[in-house]
Design a protein around this ligand. Sequence first.
Ligand code: GLY
Length: 386
Amino acid sequence: MASCDVVVIGGGVIGLVTAWRAAQRGLRVAVADPRPGGGAAQVAAGMLAAVTELHHGEEALLALNLASAARYPAFAAELADAAGAGIGYRACGTLAVALDADDRALLRDLHQLQQRCGLDTRWLTGRECRKLEPMLAPGVRGGLRVDGDHQADPRLLTAALLTACQRAGVTFHRREAREVTVTAGGDRATGVVLDDGTALAAGQTVLAGGSRSAGLAGLPPGVEVPVRPVKGQILRLRIPPECAPFLSRTVRAVVRGGHVYLVPRVSGELVVGATSEELGWDTAVTAGGVYQLLRDAHELVPGITELPLVETRAGLRPTTPDNAPLLGPSELPGLHLATGHHRNGVLLAPITGEALAESLVTGELPDYARPFHARRFSRTGREVPA
Ligand code: GLY
Protein backbone atom coordinates (compact mmCIF):
# COMPACT_ATOMS: atom_id res chain seq x y z
CA MET A 1 0.00 0.00 0.00
CA ALA A 2 1.40 3.42 -1.01
CA SER A 3 1.21 6.14 1.61
CA CYS A 4 1.51 9.91 1.71
CA ASP A 5 0.52 12.89 3.84
CA VAL A 6 -2.21 14.07 1.49
CA VAL A 7 -4.09 12.42 -1.35
CA VAL A 8 -6.05 14.77 -3.62
CA ILE A 9 -8.99 13.26 -5.48
CA GLY A 10 -9.21 15.13 -8.78
CA GLY A 11 -6.49 16.69 -10.90
CA GLY A 12 -8.43 19.64 -12.32
CA VAL A 13 -7.38 23.20 -11.65
CA ILE A 14 -8.54 23.13 -8.01
CA GLY A 15 -7.00 19.74 -7.21
CA LEU A 16 -3.71 20.72 -8.84
CA VAL A 17 -3.41 24.10 -7.15
CA THR A 18 -4.16 22.44 -3.81
CA ALA A 19 -1.54 19.75 -4.45
CA TRP A 20 1.07 22.30 -5.53
CA ARG A 21 0.57 24.58 -2.54
CA ALA A 22 0.48 21.64 -0.11
CA ALA A 23 3.73 20.25 -1.56
CA GLN A 24 5.31 23.69 -1.18
CA ARG A 25 4.43 23.50 2.53
CA GLY A 26 6.50 20.32 2.85
CA LEU A 27 3.71 17.72 2.64
CA ARG A 28 4.07 14.50 0.63
CA VAL A 29 1.20 14.78 -1.84
CA ALA A 30 -0.41 12.38 -4.33
CA VAL A 31 -3.12 13.18 -6.90
CA ALA A 32 -5.58 10.56 -8.14
CA ASP A 33 -7.05 11.32 -11.57
CA PRO A 34 -7.12 9.30 -14.81
CA ARG A 35 -6.49 12.49 -16.82
CA PRO A 36 -4.82 15.12 -14.62
CA GLY A 37 -5.04 18.60 -16.12
CA GLY A 38 -8.48 17.85 -17.59
CA GLY A 39 -11.83 18.77 -16.09
CA ALA A 40 -13.95 21.89 -16.36
CA ALA A 41 -10.95 24.17 -16.90
CA GLN A 42 -10.51 22.66 -20.37
CA VAL A 43 -13.84 24.19 -21.30
CA ALA A 44 -13.80 27.39 -19.20
CA ALA A 45 -13.22 30.84 -20.68
CA GLY A 46 -10.98 31.99 -17.82
CA MET A 47 -12.68 35.28 -17.04
CA LEU A 48 -11.62 36.66 -13.68
CA ALA A 49 -14.98 38.34 -13.32
CA ALA A 50 -15.34 39.17 -9.62
CA VAL A 51 -17.09 42.47 -10.36
CA THR A 52 -19.04 41.83 -13.57
CA GLU A 53 -20.48 38.53 -12.25
CA LEU A 54 -21.59 40.04 -8.92
CA HIS A 55 -25.10 38.93 -7.93
CA HIS A 56 -27.48 40.16 -5.23
CA GLY A 57 -26.98 38.16 -2.04
CA GLU A 58 -23.43 37.13 -2.97
CA GLU A 59 -21.59 39.95 -1.21
CA ALA A 60 -19.59 37.50 0.97
CA LEU A 61 -18.50 35.59 -2.11
CA LEU A 62 -17.50 38.91 -3.69
CA ALA A 63 -14.94 39.41 -0.93
CA LEU A 64 -13.37 36.01 -1.64
CA ASN A 65 -13.46 36.60 -5.40
CA LEU A 66 -11.80 40.01 -5.06
CA ALA A 67 -9.16 38.62 -2.72
CA SER A 68 -8.32 35.90 -5.23
CA ALA A 69 -8.30 38.36 -8.17
CA ALA A 70 -5.85 40.53 -6.21
CA ARG A 71 -3.52 37.54 -5.87
CA TYR A 72 -3.50 36.80 -9.61
CA PRO A 73 -0.52 38.90 -10.80
CA ALA A 74 1.84 37.41 -8.19
CA PHE A 75 0.31 33.93 -8.59
CA ALA A 76 0.74 34.05 -12.39
CA ALA A 77 4.35 35.17 -12.06
CA GLU A 78 5.22 32.55 -9.43
CA LEU A 79 3.55 29.76 -11.38
CA ALA A 80 5.19 30.80 -14.66
CA ASP A 81 8.52 30.70 -12.86
CA ALA A 82 7.82 27.28 -11.29
CA ALA A 83 6.54 25.73 -14.53
CA GLY A 84 8.69 27.56 -17.07
CA ALA A 85 5.51 28.54 -18.96
CA GLY A 86 2.96 31.34 -18.67
CA ILE A 87 -0.77 31.05 -17.94
CA GLY A 88 -2.02 33.74 -20.34
CA TYR A 89 -2.83 36.20 -17.57
CA ARG A 90 -3.98 39.37 -19.31
CA ALA A 91 -4.90 42.54 -17.41
CA CYS A 92 -7.28 43.70 -20.11
CA GLY A 93 -10.42 44.66 -18.16
CA THR A 94 -14.03 44.05 -19.16
CA LEU A 95 -16.83 46.01 -20.79
CA ALA A 96 -20.40 44.88 -19.99
CA VAL A 97 -22.89 46.39 -22.43
CA ALA A 98 -26.66 46.67 -22.91
CA LEU A 99 -28.41 46.13 -26.23
CA ASP A 100 -31.91 47.30 -25.34
CA ALA A 101 -33.86 49.09 -22.61
CA ASP A 102 -34.37 45.90 -20.55
CA ASP A 103 -30.66 45.06 -20.67
CA ARG A 104 -29.84 48.62 -19.71
CA ALA A 105 -32.15 48.44 -16.67
CA LEU A 106 -30.41 45.19 -15.60
CA LEU A 107 -26.99 46.73 -16.06
CA ARG A 108 -28.00 49.87 -14.15
CA ASP A 109 -29.13 47.62 -11.29
CA LEU A 110 -25.76 45.82 -11.37
CA HIS A 111 -24.00 49.19 -11.37
CA GLN A 112 -25.94 50.29 -8.25
CA LEU A 113 -25.09 47.01 -6.51
CA GLN A 114 -21.42 47.47 -7.42
CA GLN A 115 -21.49 51.03 -6.07
CA ARG A 116 -23.11 49.86 -2.82
CA CYS A 117 -20.25 47.34 -2.53
CA GLY A 118 -17.70 50.12 -3.03
CA LEU A 119 -16.53 48.83 -6.41
CA ASP A 120 -14.90 51.05 -8.97
CA THR A 121 -16.94 50.76 -12.18
CA ARG A 122 -17.96 53.47 -14.62
CA TRP A 123 -21.13 53.91 -16.66
CA LEU A 124 -20.49 54.70 -20.34
CA THR A 125 -22.79 55.82 -23.13
CA GLY A 126 -23.17 53.64 -26.22
CA ARG A 127 -20.89 56.01 -28.10
CA GLU A 128 -18.21 55.75 -25.41
CA CYS A 129 -18.48 51.93 -25.49
CA ARG A 130 -17.96 51.87 -29.25
CA LYS A 131 -15.03 54.23 -28.96
CA LEU A 132 -13.36 51.68 -26.67
CA GLU A 133 -14.42 48.70 -28.78
CA PRO A 134 -15.17 49.72 -32.38
CA MET A 135 -16.41 46.22 -33.32
CA LEU A 136 -19.47 46.61 -31.05
CA ALA A 137 -22.88 46.79 -32.72
CA PRO A 138 -24.14 50.31 -33.43
CA GLY A 139 -27.24 49.59 -31.31
CA VAL A 140 -25.34 49.26 -28.01
CA ARG A 141 -27.24 51.47 -25.53
CA GLY A 142 -24.64 51.88 -22.81
CA GLY A 143 -22.26 49.87 -20.71
CA LEU A 144 -20.17 49.41 -17.62
CA ARG A 145 -16.42 49.72 -17.77
CA VAL A 146 -14.81 47.34 -15.27
CA ASP A 147 -11.07 47.81 -15.44
CA GLY A 148 -10.25 45.20 -12.76
CA ASP A 149 -11.89 42.08 -14.30
CA HIS A 150 -9.13 40.37 -16.28
CA GLN A 151 -8.53 36.91 -17.79
CA ALA A 152 -6.25 33.88 -17.70
CA ASP A 153 -6.07 30.96 -20.13
CA PRO A 154 -7.42 27.91 -18.23
CA ARG A 155 -5.67 25.42 -20.51
CA LEU A 156 -2.31 27.09 -19.97
CA LEU A 157 -3.12 27.36 -16.26
CA THR A 158 -3.75 23.63 -15.82
CA ALA A 159 -0.69 22.73 -17.92
CA ALA A 160 1.48 25.01 -15.78
CA LEU A 161 0.02 23.62 -12.55
CA LEU A 162 0.69 20.08 -13.73
CA THR A 163 4.35 20.88 -14.39
CA ALA A 164 4.69 22.83 -11.14
CA CYS A 165 3.23 19.88 -9.21
CA GLN A 166 5.61 17.44 -10.89
CA ARG A 167 8.58 19.70 -10.13
CA ALA A 168 7.42 20.04 -6.51
CA GLY A 169 7.43 16.26 -6.11
CA VAL A 170 3.69 15.54 -6.29
CA THR A 171 2.98 11.91 -7.27
CA PHE A 172 0.32 11.18 -9.88
CA HIS A 173 -1.88 8.07 -9.93
CA ARG A 174 -3.62 8.07 -13.30
CA ARG A 175 -6.66 6.17 -12.04
CA GLU A 176 -10.14 7.03 -10.83
CA ALA A 177 -10.58 7.13 -7.04
CA ARG A 178 -13.24 4.46 -6.42
CA GLU A 179 -13.88 5.17 -2.77
CA VAL A 180 -12.70 6.97 0.32
CA THR A 181 -11.43 4.62 3.03
CA VAL A 182 -12.23 5.16 6.70
CA THR A 183 -11.15 3.69 10.03
CA ALA A 184 -13.01 0.64 11.40
CA GLY A 185 -15.10 2.93 13.58
CA GLY A 186 -15.90 5.13 10.58
CA ASP A 187 -14.63 8.19 12.41
CA ARG A 188 -11.72 9.27 10.18
CA ALA A 189 -10.77 9.19 6.49
CA THR A 190 -7.64 7.18 5.82
CA GLY A 191 -7.12 7.59 2.07
CA VAL A 192 -8.61 6.17 -1.11
CA VAL A 193 -8.93 3.00 -3.14
CA LEU A 194 -8.34 3.43 -6.88
CA ASP A 195 -10.38 1.72 -9.59
CA ASP A 196 -7.67 -0.93 -10.08
CA GLY A 197 -7.89 -1.84 -6.38
CA THR A 198 -4.73 0.02 -5.32
CA ALA A 199 -5.08 1.47 -1.83
CA LEU A 200 -3.45 4.83 -1.07
CA ALA A 201 -3.15 5.54 2.63
CA ALA A 202 -3.04 9.22 3.50
CA GLY A 203 -3.07 11.27 6.67
CA GLN A 204 -5.49 13.64 4.96
CA THR A 205 -7.70 13.30 1.89
CA VAL A 206 -8.87 16.22 -0.24
CA LEU A 207 -11.97 15.81 -2.37
CA ALA A 208 -11.51 18.12 -5.38
CA GLY A 209 -13.58 16.22 -7.91
CA GLY A 210 -15.46 19.17 -9.42
CA SER A 211 -19.03 18.31 -10.40
CA ARG A 212 -18.26 14.65 -9.64
CA SER A 213 -17.49 15.35 -5.99
CA ALA A 214 -20.88 14.18 -4.71
CA GLY A 215 -21.62 10.49 -4.53
CA LEU A 216 -18.10 9.16 -3.95
CA ALA A 217 -18.36 5.73 -2.32
CA GLY A 218 -17.19 5.16 1.23
CA LEU A 219 -18.39 8.39 2.83
CA PRO A 220 -20.26 7.72 6.09
CA PRO A 221 -23.87 8.93 6.43
CA GLY A 222 -24.04 12.61 7.38
CA VAL A 223 -21.03 13.69 5.31
CA GLU A 224 -22.60 16.07 2.82
CA VAL A 225 -21.04 17.12 -0.48
CA PRO A 226 -23.90 19.14 -2.00
CA VAL A 227 -22.50 19.71 -5.48
CA ARG A 228 -24.45 19.36 -8.72
CA PRO A 229 -23.39 19.82 -12.36
CA VAL A 230 -24.53 22.91 -14.29
CA LYS A 231 -23.85 22.56 -17.98
CA GLY A 232 -22.14 25.27 -20.01
CA GLN A 233 -21.66 25.22 -23.77
CA ILE A 234 -18.88 27.36 -25.19
CA LEU A 235 -17.34 28.16 -28.58
CA ARG A 236 -13.82 28.96 -29.70
CA LEU A 237 -13.26 31.15 -32.75
CA ARG A 238 -9.99 32.30 -34.27
CA ILE A 239 -9.12 35.90 -35.04
CA PRO A 240 -6.89 35.90 -38.13
CA PRO A 241 -3.90 38.30 -37.85
CA GLU A 242 -5.42 40.62 -40.47
CA CYS A 243 -8.52 41.11 -38.22
CA ALA A 244 -6.53 41.87 -35.05
CA PRO A 245 -7.09 43.62 -32.76
CA PHE A 246 -10.69 42.46 -32.94
CA LEU A 247 -11.53 43.23 -29.32
CA SER A 248 -9.10 44.64 -26.78
CA ARG A 249 -10.88 43.45 -23.64
CA THR A 250 -13.55 40.98 -22.53
CA VAL A 251 -16.96 42.12 -23.78
CA ARG A 252 -20.16 40.75 -22.31
CA ALA A 253 -23.90 41.34 -22.15
CA VAL A 254 -27.13 39.87 -20.91
CA VAL A 255 -29.20 39.13 -24.01
CA ARG A 256 -32.79 37.92 -23.49
CA GLY A 257 -31.89 36.96 -19.94
CA GLY A 258 -28.85 34.81 -20.92
CA HIS A 259 -25.23 35.77 -20.37
CA VAL A 260 -22.95 36.01 -23.37
CA TYR A 261 -19.30 36.93 -23.21
CA LEU A 262 -16.44 37.23 -25.68
CA VAL A 263 -12.94 36.72 -24.30
CA PRO A 264 -10.14 37.69 -26.72
CA ARG A 265 -6.77 36.08 -26.08
CA VAL A 266 -3.35 37.31 -27.12
CA SER A 267 -2.98 34.01 -29.03
CA GLY A 268 -5.79 35.05 -31.41
CA GLU A 269 -8.37 32.77 -29.80
CA LEU A 270 -11.80 34.29 -29.13
CA VAL A 271 -13.86 32.37 -26.59
CA VAL A 272 -17.63 32.83 -26.74
CA GLY A 273 -19.62 31.55 -23.79
CA ALA A 274 -21.61 30.26 -22.17
CA THR A 275 -24.96 28.63 -21.77
CA SER A 276 -26.14 27.68 -18.28
CA GLU A 277 -28.29 24.55 -18.23
CA GLU A 278 -29.57 22.33 -15.42
CA LEU A 279 -29.38 19.06 -17.33
CA GLY A 280 -27.54 16.74 -14.98
CA TRP A 281 -24.59 14.95 -16.56
CA ASP A 282 -25.46 15.86 -20.15
CA THR A 283 -22.40 17.24 -21.98
CA ALA A 284 -23.78 17.19 -25.52
CA VAL A 285 -23.09 20.21 -27.67
CA THR A 286 -26.47 21.06 -29.16
CA ALA A 287 -27.52 22.99 -32.23
CA GLY A 288 -29.70 25.12 -29.93
CA GLY A 289 -26.80 25.97 -27.62
CA VAL A 290 -24.46 26.91 -30.47
CA TYR A 291 -27.25 28.90 -32.15
CA GLN A 292 -28.02 30.81 -28.95
CA LEU A 293 -24.38 31.75 -28.40
CA LEU A 294 -23.76 32.77 -32.00
CA ARG A 295 -27.05 34.69 -32.21
CA ASP A 296 -26.35 36.64 -28.99
CA ALA A 297 -22.67 37.21 -29.75
CA HIS A 298 -23.60 38.39 -33.26
CA GLU A 299 -26.04 40.94 -31.83
CA LEU A 300 -23.21 42.24 -29.68
CA VAL A 301 -20.36 42.09 -32.21
CA PRO A 302 -21.72 41.49 -35.74
CA GLY A 303 -18.22 40.90 -37.17
CA ILE A 304 -17.86 37.53 -35.43
CA THR A 305 -19.61 35.79 -38.34
CA GLU A 306 -16.44 36.37 -40.41
CA LEU A 307 -14.26 34.41 -37.97
CA PRO A 308 -13.44 30.69 -38.27
CA LEU A 309 -15.28 28.59 -35.67
CA VAL A 310 -12.68 26.12 -34.43
CA GLU A 311 -14.22 24.35 -31.43
CA THR A 312 -17.50 23.71 -29.66
CA ARG A 313 -17.47 22.16 -26.18
CA ALA A 314 -19.70 21.61 -23.18
CA GLY A 315 -18.53 21.33 -19.59
CA LEU A 316 -20.02 21.01 -16.13
CA ARG A 317 -19.74 23.68 -13.46
CA PRO A 318 -19.60 22.20 -9.94
CA THR A 319 -22.35 24.13 -8.19
CA THR A 320 -23.49 24.33 -4.57
CA PRO A 321 -26.82 25.59 -3.18
CA ASP A 322 -25.33 29.07 -2.54
CA ASN A 323 -23.02 29.17 -5.60
CA ALA A 324 -19.95 29.41 -3.33
CA PRO A 325 -17.19 26.83 -2.88
CA LEU A 326 -16.89 24.22 -0.14
CA LEU A 327 -13.50 24.62 1.50
CA GLY A 328 -11.55 22.84 4.19
CA PRO A 329 -12.39 20.20 6.84
CA SER A 330 -15.60 18.24 6.28
CA GLU A 331 -17.82 16.40 8.78
CA LEU A 332 -15.41 13.47 8.53
CA PRO A 333 -12.08 14.14 10.24
CA GLY A 334 -9.22 13.72 7.78
CA LEU A 335 -11.41 14.63 4.78
CA HIS A 336 -11.19 18.14 3.33
CA LEU A 337 -13.30 19.55 0.51
CA ALA A 338 -12.10 21.83 -2.29
CA THR A 339 -15.01 21.85 -4.67
CA GLY A 340 -18.22 23.63 -5.70
CA HIS A 341 -16.57 26.64 -7.34
CA HIS A 342 -19.48 27.06 -9.79
CA ARG A 343 -18.62 29.91 -12.25
CA ASN A 344 -15.40 30.87 -10.45
CA GLY A 345 -12.97 27.96 -10.49
CA VAL A 346 -10.24 29.75 -12.43
CA LEU A 347 -10.72 33.00 -10.51
CA LEU A 348 -10.61 31.23 -7.14
CA ALA A 349 -7.64 28.98 -7.89
CA PRO A 350 -4.99 31.12 -6.14
CA ILE A 351 -6.94 31.63 -2.92
CA THR A 352 -8.22 28.04 -2.83
CA GLY A 353 -4.71 26.61 -3.04
CA GLU A 354 -3.55 28.92 -0.29
CA ALA A 355 -6.56 28.24 1.99
CA LEU A 356 -6.43 24.46 1.55
CA ALA A 357 -2.69 24.29 2.16
CA GLU A 358 -3.23 26.27 5.35
CA SER A 359 -6.03 24.00 6.55
CA LEU A 360 -3.99 20.88 5.72
CA VAL A 361 -0.99 22.15 7.66
CA THR A 362 -2.73 23.80 10.62
CA GLY A 363 -6.18 22.19 10.70
CA GLU A 364 -7.80 25.64 10.34
CA LEU A 365 -9.00 27.66 7.41
CA PRO A 366 -7.70 31.23 7.18
CA ASP A 367 -10.30 33.85 8.24
CA TYR A 368 -11.12 34.90 4.67
CA ALA A 369 -12.19 31.33 3.80
CA ARG A 370 -14.23 30.56 6.93
CA PRO A 371 -17.59 31.75 5.51
CA PHE A 372 -17.15 29.01 2.89
CA HIS A 373 -16.33 26.17 5.27
CA ALA A 374 -17.24 22.74 3.97
CA ARG A 375 -19.77 21.89 6.72
CA ARG A 376 -22.20 24.75 6.24
CA PHE A 377 -24.85 22.58 4.57
CA SER A 378 -24.59 19.67 6.97
CA ARG A 379 -27.29 18.95 9.53
CA THR A 380 -25.27 20.50 12.32
CA GLY A 381 -23.79 23.27 10.16
CA ARG A 382 -20.96 23.44 12.66
CA GLU A 383 -18.22 26.01 12.25
CA VAL A 384 -14.72 24.77 11.55
CA PRO A 385 -13.17 24.17 14.98
CA ALA A 386 -10.47 26.60 16.01
N1 GLY B 1 -17.69 32.32 -15.29
C1 GLY B 1 -18.25 32.09 -16.56
C2 GLY B 1 -19.11 30.90 -16.67
O1 GLY B 1 -19.20 30.09 -15.77
O2 GLY B 1 -19.74 30.77 -17.70
